[in-house]
Write a protein that binds this ligand. Structure first.
Ligand code: PXG
Length: 455
């Protein structure tokens, strides 16, 4: 492989590339890290640093890096038919086979796939189709969707509106009309001394209160990430989603589970709906659907919704050029085949997930860690100035960034949101790599505490 001149690439990057979710001026000064290769759970940068990627890219490289089978699947499809669309009564074989495979894998009667290029676009699709679903049944006023403050559902106009990130709303005059938000279940911050079950009911009740405030005849749907990822891996009480489901059924509000992060094995089950034991009406998929090897999103709809759209919806005035792209579908099918044939989800649930949980909980014993939370292969360490108080650091986020940078120097990639250190490794992580992750994490916590002058 030709050696990469990092400096000249960084200069080109600073001159021409606007990075997502970045202060691009500061980044131009600091210089971008150029990643060049991936293998299993490791990535290398252009300076030759080997990094254990405990964040699987961006929550998504579930089968690990370097699986040639996916490139071969893409190459075969590209050579045979690089593209055709699913408009005008047409489609392609991999698109159909993927829709059928997703129907087989998804819980309950989620048998109908609408394809997009991303999770954001899948949520845009869902917002439009949910409003269309109620309108064609004579209830156009039933168009409100309720999400959660600090939830993340993407960065398109609708995705960012469904999400509850105030900083995103400020940039672009969001949310769009008829999107409301309730507080999320974050026990560490607002659980007080409630036990898990009480707190679960308390948080779910926020949804019923909001539905009654708005009027159930106005509320179309509720959307939530089963585990809230980007904001810091908020793992809800075990009873929360059953309670949410009960409330949605009671008021005839559609239940949307955004499984962009949780889907395809992240919790040790195929979907978090399986992990928490609830049945969504709609599910958002992306990331793990192709393990990030190629962009793809999907919105899964139940039989009930599809029936109404088929019988009363007329022509669906919605779609994307690349909806059901054959190369993306072929890669997704190969990704899912590997997940199934190599029993990767089962191994996470029965072996490496429990092992990781044990090691992750041990990190919770570090003086800097107020809470070590984990579900399957997604978790967080909450960094705090003094454990018993469950109080946050003053300038939230500074310590998280410091710890992230120290971890990088120690050859470990962890994501930091505020002062939560986030974990989401490739699902193929071995016990030995879990040991390496835990050792590097502990060392990084020690070095961070020393930097802070903590005893
Ligand atoms: C739950 C959820 N829903 C939708 C999206 C949007 O998917 P696309 O990005 O493919 O449009 C996401 C994406 N999640 C995401 C995207 C970018 C950054 C981070 C972070 O944790 O910093 C997380 C997500 O986590």
């Amino acid at each position: 492989m030709e050696s990469i001149d990092t400096r000249s690439l960084q200069q080109l990057d600073a001159a021409h590339h606007l990075h997502p979710f970045n202060d691009n001026a500061a980044l131009a000064k600091k210089g971008t890290r150029i990643l060049t290769r991936g293998e299993g759970c490791y990535v290398w940068d252009s300076e030759g640093n080997q990094l254990l990627d405990a964040f699987a890219g961006l929550w998504c490289v579930n089968i690990g890096y370097g699986r040639r089978e996916l490139g071969e699947a893409a190459s075969r499809q590209m050579t045979q038919l690089a593209y055709y669309n699913s408009f005008f009564g047409c489609t392609t074989e991999p698109t159909v086979r993927l829709a059928a495979k997703l129907a087989e894998l998804c819980p309950g009667d989620l048998n109908h796939a609408f394809f997009s290029n991303s999770g954001s676009e899948a949520n845009d699709t869902i917002l439009r189709l949910v409003r269309h679903y109620w309108a064609v049944q004579g209830e156009p006023q039933k168009n409100i969707v309720i999400g959660r403050h600090n939830g993340y559902h993407g960065s398109t106009v609708a995705g960012a509106s469904l999400g509850g990130m105030k900083g995103m709303h400020k940039q672009g005059g969001l949310p769009i009309p008829d999107i409301h938000h309730i507080d999320p279940p974050f026990w560490f911050a607002d659980g007080g001394d409630m036990d898990e079950e009480t707190y679960g009911r308390h948080c779910a009740q926020r949804l019923e209160d909001k539905i009654l405030e708005l009027g159930a005849d106005r509320v179309a749907a509720f959307i939530g990430e089963p585990i809230m990822g980007a904001i810091g891996v908020y793992i809800p009480p075990k009873n929360y989603w059953k309670e949410i489901e009960r409330i949605c059924r009671k008021h005839d509000v559609l239940l949307i589970a955004d499984e962009v992060i949780c889907g395809f094995g992240r919790t040790g089950e195929w979907f978090a709906a399986d992990y928490f034991g609830f049945q969504p009406d709609i599910m958002t998929l992306a990331k793990g659907i192709t393990s990030g090897y190629i962009p793809l999103g999907a919105a899964m709809f139940s039989d009930r919704i599809a029936k109404v759209l088929h019988e009363k919806g007329g022509e669906l005035a919605h779609g994307y050029t690349y909806s059901g792209h054959p190369v993306c579908a072929a890669v997704a099918l190969e990704n899912i085949r590997i997940l199934q044939d190599e029993k990767i989800v089962d191994t996470c649930r029965t072996d490496t997930g429990p092992y990781l949980a044990k090691k992750w909980k041990q990190l919770g014993e570090h003086p800097l860690v107020g809470e070590a939370r984990i579900a399957g292969m997604v978790g967080a360490l909450e960094l705090v100035p003094s454990k018993p108080s469950r109080a946050f650091f003053e300038d939230r986020g500074r310590v998280g960034q410091l710890c992230r940078d120290i971890a990088l120097k120690n050859g470990l990639i962890l994501r930091a949101t505020y002062d939560s250190m986030l974990l989401s490794p490739p699902l193929v992580i071995s016990r030995a790599q879990v040991d390496e992750l835990a050792e590097k994490a502990w060392k990084s916590l020690d070095m961070t505490a020393r930097e802070l002058g903590m005893p």
